[in-house]
Design a protein around this ligand. Structure first.
Ligand code: ADP
Ligand code: MG
Length: 390
């Protein structure tokens, strides 16, 4: 499941006439912990085997010349020229990462970059974080510098905020920079502490189903949900003065005071409070290799996102229902912000073949939309690929 490095090197030589080093960073899927990040809560993503690869060589000047194989487009950025933001193209990601790294006193050399990715764009697998983290690592290393992994993740996030104009959380960059093969990563989004959680996929597979729909509601509803959560905190503060985010509210306390909340706010808060608890329990279940419990928590997460948080849609619900009817499915849920995107499914290996046949076929029957299925083990975060590994 990797970009062919020999081809990439040949293409690099043909374009830039030099010898590259190779850097990779993965996409990700969130196993559980949805809409908890901006409430200071917990998320549990894993890095996937689909990666973005950057072939890179330093230049004598301060120019970054870059080509994307996927988009068949190139561009140029001069680090000695004034910053350029929000062009509305993928160059914003490249320039953003470079400029933010430099602000952290990582002096960069110019670079020739050739980028090839197998992380599908816009499928909810975070091709953008894979791009930022692979490019950030490449630019740093070929400049003879080093960057701390957390700082690398933060620079990717900051690049999206400032140069792309997307107010994203830290999860995607964090897991792309810090993922570990055979592990999921439990991230505390309040203090950015992270714990590697062993995840054995000997008997089960992670299958991601892209619904291939994206409803327009997503960004306006996202802002509404954030505001509803903040309102919930304000109201609950009357009874729980010590809280600052929904993360601080236990299920017990929520149940004690929820009758004081208006109906919609109560539902939104209930999702976040219970989802945080589910995510912590899911991490425990993984540690004990209790995949039945883990799958059950995924199922509850979906119901909560559908009924309380109301960010699912017909297509995601359908994918989850079809999956739940398939033999060997331990859990299925929407993953990502919602209103389209993908589901994540925990499927027994011996039933995976049938699952891959059946889910897209039934989905197509009912929607006339093709779903894509990606299967992946938990993979490593960003790293250099040495020529000896080619
Ligand atoms: P997601 O991160 O869920 O895949 P985003 O909209 O956040 O979706 O990021 C997708 C954008 O990232 C693309 O529109 C493009 O600008 C940029 N991008 C991702 N991968 C590549 C690539 N291989 N080459 C160039 N740009 C890319
Ligand atoms: Mg993205």
């Amino acid at each position: 499941m990797a970009v062919d490095l020999k081809n990439l090197r040949a293409e690099f030589r043909a374009i830039y006439n030099g010898e590259p080093r190779f850097f990779r960073a993965p996409g990700r899927v969130n196993l559980i912990g949805e809409h908890t990040d901006y409430n200071g809560g917990f998320v549990l993503p894993m890095a996937i085997e689909h990666e973005t690869t950057v072939a890179a060589a330093a230049r004598a000047d301060r120019k970054i010349r870059v080509r994307s194989v996927n988009l068949n487009e190139d561009g140029e950025i001069d680090l000695n020229a004034p910053e350029q933001k929000m062009r509305g193209s993928w160059l914003d990601f490249i320039e953003g990462v470079a400029r933010i790294l430099e602000r952290q006193n990582i002096k960069l050399r110019g670079a020739d970059l050739l980028i090839a990715s197998e992380v599908p764009n816009g499928a909810g697998l975070s091709s953008s974080a894979a791009l930022e983290i692979s490019v950030g690592l490449a630019l740093t290393e070929i400049s003879g510098q080093t960057v701390d992994r957390v700082a690398l993740a933060l620079s990717g996030q900051k690049a999206e905020h400032e140069f792309v104009g997307a107010k994203v959380g830290i999860m995607d960059q964090f897991i792309s920079a810090l993922g570990r093969k055979g592990h999921a990563l439990l991230i505390d989004c309040r203090n950015l502490e992270a714990e590697q959680v062993p995840f054995s996929t000997k008997d089960v597979a992670i299958a991601i189903c892209n619904s291939n729909v994206k409803h327009k509601l997503a960004s306006s509803e996202y802002n509404t949900r954030r505001a509803e959560c903040e309102r919930g905190v304000e109201l609950l503060k009357q009874f729980l003065p010590e809280i600052t985010q929904l993360r601080d509210v236990s299920i017990d306390n929520f149940e004690k005071y929820e009758s004081n909340l208006p109906d919609v706010i109560r539902k939104r808060c209930r999702h976040v409070v219970t989802e945080n608890a589910r995510t912590l329990r899911a991490a425990e279940a993984l540690k004990q290799n209790n995949l039945e419990d883990f799958g059950g928590l995924m199922q509850h997460s979906h119901a909560s996102l559908r009924d309380d948080y109301e960010v699912s849609c017909r297509e995601l619900d359908l994918l989850v229902e079809i999956a739940a009817d398939c033999k060997g499915v331990l859990g299925a849920r929407m993953t990502g912000g919602g209103f389209g995107g993908s589901t994540v499914n925990l499927v027994r290996r011996e039933n995976l073949g049938k699952f891959i046949e059946r889910v897209p076929a039934q989905y197509y029957n009912q929607t006339q939309i093709k779903a894509d299925v990606y299967v992946s083990n938990p993979a490593d975060g960003a790293k250099e690929v040495k020529s000896s590994e080619m």
